[in-house]
Design a protein around this ligand. Sequence first.
Ligand code: LLP
Length: 421
Amino acid sequence: MDHFLYRDGILHAEDVALADIAATVGTPFYCYSAATLTRHYQLFTEALSPLPHLVCFAIKSLSNVAVLKLLGDLGAGMDVVSGGEYRRARAAGVPGDRIVFSGVGKTREEMRLALNGGIRQFNVESEPELRALSDVAVSLGVTAPIALRVNPDVDARTHEKIATGKSENKFGVPIAKARAVYAEAARLPGIDVVGIDVHIGSQLTELAPFEAAFTKVRELTEALRADGHNIRRLDLGGGLGIPYTRSNEAPPLPTEYGAMIRRVLGDLGCEIEIEPGRLISGNSGVLVSQVVYVKNGEGRDFLILDAAMNDLVRPSMYGAHHDIIPVVEPAAASPVQAFDVVGPVCETGDTFAKARALPHLAEGDLVAFRSAGAYGAVMASEYNTRPLVPEVLVKGDHFAVIRARPTFDEILSRDTIPEWL
Ligand code: LLP
């Protein structure tokens, strides 16, 4: 459920008409609903509530500091994958002891930043990283809490670019090697082993791969405890998928996911951490765009929008589907027409949808891409010198620009012509 609904024939975000935001902010823009973000976060905390737990929002999916503050104020932890994301979490007021640091390529500088600023745990992905972290911690005279990210060799059955839990992927330490690496971690100075971490992929639409991975984590917990390690936290990663179409998709609900976690791992006495991104942010956001032209091509009609692949890259990068709906509600029996929905960027890959059935649309009409809150704005670029798309947050009948569209002067001022040229 989300809070983007038609009211009096106009698509609203909560109590604000998207057409009113468009008139103030211009298009394209991302719009997020505070009520939807809040609800999705709470679904997870409720699903895990009998267990000690922390829901660490995966900042990579939507990293605006205002959104992080909203979730942080509800008690959320954060999953960061770079020094930049760590800074965002701190700027949003999230304390270090609610931040977990993931990622295969943490630099020593990023380790120092997090150790100095406060960190709940590093999710360590390799032996060289473990040794580097030990060096950095010792040089600072502190101890780094760690979980080792294990690769359980489980097929997440999702898009190949976002599956991470197979042995051929770059992520984690092969689970068969884990005991040896934990033994090394226990010997290294400046390292405190606190738990195990696993993340097998994103946009999973069934529970079975999660359950297979978590069962392996359970076995590893028992083995590591027998080896003398004090395993007290299990970080189960993110990855629960969302419905991208209103019609037939029904991925498992957070309640079902939580019940499975409790069944598989609930008796181990561990604190459970999860790192959901998409399920919290995905259906909490839309991208609003305007029709620039309707072009009648050879055997097809193109709907040319003012949003492009640089604003929302998922369709061209993953072949992802986003529902596109008009901001002015079409009459119940209005005829539909097939459009190729494209942006103005100079490549054929700048296509959002082919032969998409849409109601009659004309120049100047507004459309909304649904499910665009996750991996939308964060993956945007200024390709074709198109200004980075702005972001708006709605709460009840309030809205605010939480990231302004840069001016062309700002964009051009970032380039420097060397004196010697
Ligand atoms: N934890 C780790 C270590 C991750 O790598 C990810 C996502 C998450 C948590 C959050 O996963 P989620 O709950 O959002 O599925 N750009 C792609 C998705 C990339 C996901 C990368 N890792 C897309 O647009 O589909």
